[in-house]
Every structure is written in C-alpha cells, then in structure tokens.
Ligand binder design. Structure first.
Ligand SMILES: [Zn+2]
Length: 113
C-alpha cells in the first residue's frame, strides 16, 4: 500500500526531527496533503494508526491539512481552483496554465517534548 510506505517515512522523519530537538514523545504530526498528491487522506490516517505503535508517536495524533489544487493562467493571470487536474482557464479558456499548489505532501507541524 502506497500510503503505508509514505507514512513509514513520515514517522521516521518526525522521529528524526523530534530527536534532533532532544524530544522523545511526539504529540502531534500535521501533514499538508495536496488534492493532486495522489494520496488518500483516509488511507494515511489508517496507516498512521497501524504504524505508530512502537514509535515516539505511539500516543500521538495525526492531523491532515487538505490543500486544494489551484492553477494560474499564463495568459490572463487569473488564479483558480481546479476541480479537475486538466481544466482550462475559466476566464479566457486557454489551456496555458501552471499549477500553483495541490501536489504537496509534507510535514507541516510537529509537536513533541
Ligand atoms: Zn485566462
């Protein structure tokens, strides 16, 4: 399962960061997950519950911040939310757009002690 191996690396990274600050207990891990990241948030939560045992985050919580996909038009500079990964500019109709956000999969916040 894709999300399980991702969560494994998130837990390792969180453990490394907490350890670097002299912390051994992780209370909260907050992840930013883009709508086009290819990751299912529910599957991440499931993987977190399954994998956290025996890690510094064993008693911790996972928070997922969903980032909507947004693109900017290179012709008229309009920025708009993407409902579909392939979508023309709603103002001028061009396909000449660039993705601004939506592919994120990153550790946004870590609370540890
Ligand atoms: Zn446009």
């Amino acid at each position: 399962m894709h999300e399980a191996s991702l969560m494994q690396s998130v837990l390792e990274e969180a453990g490394r960061q907490a350890g670097a600050h002299g912390c051994s207990v992780i209370h909260l891990i907050r992840l930013r997950v883009g709508a086009l990241s290819g990751v299912v948030p529910e599957a991440l939560e499931f993987a977190f519950e399954a994998l956290k045992t025996g890690t510094p985050a064993a008693a911790g919580r996972l928070e997922i911040e969903r980032v909507p996909a947004r693109a900017r038009c290179r012709v008229c500079a309009r920025e708009f939310e993407l409902e579909d990964p392939a979508q023309p500019c709603p103002t001028c109709g061009t396909w000449d757009t660039v993705l601004v956000q939506g592919r994120e999969l990153e550790l946004a916040r870590l609370i540890a002690e």
